[in-house]
Ligand binder design. Structure first.
Ligand code: PEP
Ligand code: MG
Length: 902
């Protein structure tokens, strides 16, 4: 770093470019890019992130920085023909932070640096506007006091309010030069008292202190938290931009505004933005006066407007993307203050990407990189009918997408009670905690008035896929009185509310919900090529088609019945990667499993198994038919048996009551004994998976027979069944060998009896650390592996998968231990490294070993990239996530190809 003799710590705007974001930050790199495009950017320079790093590491700025800044400042002064803070005609500058990624929580901007008791009169004389000069000075003291010297912002605001009240006016612009002069005096007193030092009169000192404040703001608590959550490395540092001031508040021929090169909501090209006449940047953000639509600028200042439109075209063609822009007009002269590739809605991302392909600006491969699986997932939620009339109550944080409508309830008990009687409810709390879990499950959606994206409500709701709006601070939630107040409106328990988890909006009453057109398209109910096809659907169709063309990973579904299998096929599934057979033993069949568990003799057990066999077979016939021609991985029974038995407390009470009435039921007594016998402290680590198959005679054999007979039946019906038999929770190859031997024998029997050749394959899940560590041995007996990353995450971390997310994950997320739950996104370093080594070991033993994943991570965008990288053959996920997995598999392949060819 500082040892490097050639290292520069300061770059003039003319020296940088947009590729230097690491060094110059996003803002600095883009200012340099615009300068080099010949656009009107006020001259200035950028102090690099490297200088910030030295400052953060050593506590002082690099020794060379002062001289470098002096040299660049001198050049700037020469260019502008005036000196910083010069008393008769001061050069004024802004100091703005600008990290590589835009980051809330960091110091933003100090404007008007260079003004002092002396130079304020020079500015008044030069501008011919005394009021403007004093207003600029009071703004400097206020911003500098607050952000550089740490003075409580409210002190300034109160003083401003007092000044207005004294004059009986309501807006700042009604204060004249004399009033502002007095206010400056007052502001300076506030600084001296609160900061313990005078407001600095030396311009260079102002600038240096502001630069240091920007460096320090890298480490504010909010900035640190944001970085941890967004996984932004903490050692990047921020750049500092020093830019000569231009003024939008010099009269009606001045102003400031923001603009987008196309509509960030729809993607359509056009003139979008806002303009505020006679104002400085912060007035727009503060909403002090109403802005006018950008199109109105044409009537106000046609020359500037035409120039701006031309610049917007230049920027869009140059960046090949939607750009957003901040600009200022100073007495009829247009200045560009900032540009960047602009944020957009999920729908606009798809539309813009295809529009840019059509304009010949980007390739299809690039278009695929411009959209994400998260955006596609957002487009698949039902949404509120935008056309419908609605009454907005307030707005919070869009924590978990979806549109939910229900009656307001203020405690979990009522949520459960009402939902049991068929009511749809929205659980409203100030904030939720683990005690609210039942209520959250019972509700359509969750609304809280406190907490952010990682609050308990947000984390748990996202985990459940439930709509959630949190931190809606305007709502005054009174759980004791079971009501919520918003301004004048009171919402009592039972009143209907609607919440939109994609926008954070909260409405009074029922807002009608419409299905997502994108889902209608995937379901085959809307055609992308139809004349009246939705523009969004057409864009999604094109990008999906391209993703399918380039992806290497196949995508399968986790599905246990024909209905889900058929939907999965419509959504593009190329087979079933996980059929959880335990789901076939619920409902009425539960009693049959009870009989199997209670069986005392071989005869009783055989009887119970034979009763189950035809039912299992029928399930498989239906499934193989729905997935005809595609692979179907059927997993043998996995969960601990006690899950099929009644709840221990309920049963104990039933037996005790019966005994007290002296009419004890023999079956209940036996059941209770069995429940006690099978009770485990840690059922997830107990008698489940392959262990069950090894200790309950005949159980797995029955399942294998059902699969084989179903396959034979489909074959005889001229179908094309492609069953794969999967053994769960294997930890050692010996377990698999025993099961496989038995299974092979059963299959041979069925083949002989039906005269068919079934070609069934037998493989295993890899979901225990030991299985992953001995994958080379296990591959001797397995024809395929499917990574069960749910159990693998549970066992690698020692996290109980059913408990931790709702108990302490909020705290872990808040502390930034991880940015996202490892049950949601694969933990590359831990769990992922086991997957990677198991892939290598497995393939070393058996080069044609088929490899997939069927844990929840199979449908998670970030994880899909990992599975592509480690060379799996397929990912398997719930039917609804299949399109997301297809898209991300395409993106992963295109990205890898892009980096290969670089
Ligand atoms: C897994 O553990 O990842 C898996 C798919 O199995 P289950 O979730 O059924 O335990
Ligand atoms: Mg599992």
């Amino acid at each position: 770093m500082s040892e490097n003799k050639d290292q520069k710590f300061v770059y003039d705007f003319t020296e940088g470019n947009r590729d230097l974001k690491d060094l110059l930050g996003g803002k600095g790199a883009n200012l340099a890019e615009m300068t080099n495009l010949g656009l009107p950017v006020p001259p200035g320079f950028t102090i690099t992130t490297e200088a910030c790093k030295v400052y953060l590491e050593s506590g002082t700025a690099p020794a060379e920085l002062r001289d470098e800044v002096s040299a660049h400042l001198a050049a700037l002064e020469a260019k502008m023909g005036k000196k910083l803070g010069q008393s008769d005609d001061p050069l004024l500058v802004s100091v703005r932070s600008g990290a590589k990624f835009s980051m809330p929580g960091m110091m933003d901007t100090v404007l008007n640096i260079g003004l002092s008791d002396e130079s304020v009169t020079g500015l008044a004389a030069q501008s011919g506007d005394e009021r403007f000069a004093w207003d600029s000075y009071r703004r400097l003291i206020q911003m500098f006091g607050k952000t550089v010297l740490g003075v409580e912002g409210e002190l300034f605001e109160d003083a401003l309010d007092e000044a207005k009240a004294a004059k009986k006016v309501t807006v700042d612009t009604d204060l004249d030069a004399a009033d502002l002069k007095k206010l400056v005096k007052h502001f300076k007193k506030i600084v001296a008292k609160d900061a313990g030092r005078e407001f600095p009169q030396d311009a260079r000192e102002q600038m240096d202190l502001a630069v240091e404040a920007v460096f320090n703001s890298w480490n504010t608590d909010r900035a640190k938290l944001y970085r941890r959550q967004e996984r932004i490395p903490s050692d990047l540092g921020t750049a500092v931009n020093i830019c000569s001031m231009v003024f939008g508040n010099l009269g009606p021929d001045s102003g400031t505004g923001v603009a987008f090169t196309r509509d960030p909501a729809s993607g359509h090209a056009g003139v979008y933005g806002d303009y505020l006449q006679n104002a400085q940047g912060e007035d727009v953000v503060a909403g002090i006066r109403n802005t006018v639509p950008l199109a109105d600028l044409e009537a106000i200042d046609k020359a500037s407007y035409d120039q701006l439109i031309e610049i917007m075209t230049t920027l869009e063609t140059h960046y090949k993307d939607l750009c957003d822009i901040e600009f200022t007009i100073e007495r009829g002269q247009l200045w560009m203050l900032q540009t960047r590739v602009g944020k957009r809605t999920a729908g606009a991302a798809f539309r813009i990407a295809t529009q840019l392909v059509d304009q010949g600006l980007i390739s299809e491969a690039e278009a695929l990189q411009r959209v994400t699986g998260h955006q596609l997932a957002q487009l698949m939620f039902p949404r509120f009918d935008g056309e419908a009339k609605s009454t907005l109550l307030g707005r919070g944080i869009a924590a978990s997408p979806g549109a939910a409508v229900g009656k307001a309830v203020f405690d979990s008990y009522t949520a459960v009670k009402w939902s049991r009687s068929g009511e749809k409810v929205i659980l409203i709390r100030r904030e939720t905690n683990p005690d609210d879990l039942d209520g959250m499950i019972a509700s359509e959606g969750i609304l809280t008035s406190r907490g952010g994206k990682t609050s308990h409500a947000a984390v748990v709701a996202r985990g459940m896929g439930k709509t959630c709006v949190c931190g809606a601070e305007e709502l005054d939630v009174d759980t004791k009185r079971r009501r919520m107040t918003v301004g004048e409106t009171v919402i009592e328990e039972g009143d209907v509310v609607s919440i939109d988890g994609s926008t954070g909006k909260v409405y009074l009453g029922e807002v009608p919900v419409v299905p997502s057109p994108v889902v209608e398209y995937f379901e085959g109910r809307m055609h992308a090529g139809a004349d009246d096809a939705d523009e969004l659907v057409a864009a999604v169709h094109r990008i999906m088609a391209y993703a399918d063309r380039v992806r290497r990973l196949r995508v399968r579904a986790n599905a246990d019945n024909a209905e889900d299998a058929l939907r999965a096929r419509r959504f593009g599934a190329q087979g079933i990667g996980l059929c959880r057979t335990e789901h076939m033993f619920l409902g009425e069949r539960r009693e049959m499993v009870e009989r199997l568990i209670l069986a005392d003799t071989d005869g009783e057990r055989e009887e119970a198994l034979s009763a189950l066999l035809p039912l299992q077979k029928k399930d498989f016939v239906e499934l193989f038919e729905a997935m005809d021609g595609l692979p179907v991985t059927v997993r043998l029974l996995d969960p601990p048996l006690h899950e099929f038995l009644p709840d221990i407390t309920e049963l104990s009470v039933r037996v005790a009551l019966a005994e007290s009435r002296k009419d004890a039921n023999e079956n209940d007594l036996r059941l209770l004994q069995a429940v006690h016998k099978l009770h485990e402290q840690n059922p997830m680590l107990g008698l489940r998976g392959v262990r069950l198959g090894l200790v309950i005679p005949g159980l797995f054999k029955m399942q294998v027979r059902a699969i084989a007979e179903a396959a034979a039946e489909r074959k005889n019906a001229k179908g094309d069944p492609r069953a794969e038999i999967m053994v769960p929770l294997v930890g050692t190859v010996q377990e698999l060998e025993i099961v496989r031997e038995e299974a092979d024998a059963v299959i041979a029997e069925v083949e002989a009896a039906t005269g068919t050749s079934l070609k069934l394959t037998i493989g295993t899940m890899i979901e225990l650390p030991r299985a992953a560590l001995t994958a080379g041995q296990i591959a001797e007996a397995a024809q395929f592996f499917s990574f069960g990353t749910n159990d693998l995450t549970q066992t690698v971390w020692g996290f109980s998968r059913d408990d931790v997310e709702a108990s302490f994950f909020t705290a872990y997320l808040e502390k930034g231990i991880f940015g996202v739950s490892p049950f949601e996104t694969i933990d590359r370093d831990g769990v992922g490294s086991l997957v990677r080594s198991a892939v290598q070991a497995g393939r070393a033993t058996r080069p044609d070993l088929k490899l997939g994943v069927c844990g929840e991570h199979g449908g998670d965008p970030e994880s899909v990239h990992f599975f592509h990288e480690v060379g799996l053959d397929y990912v398997s996920c719930s039917p609804f996530r299949i399109p997301v997995a297809r898209l991300e598999a395409g993106r992963a392949a295109a990205e890898a190809k892009g980096s290969d060819s670089r």
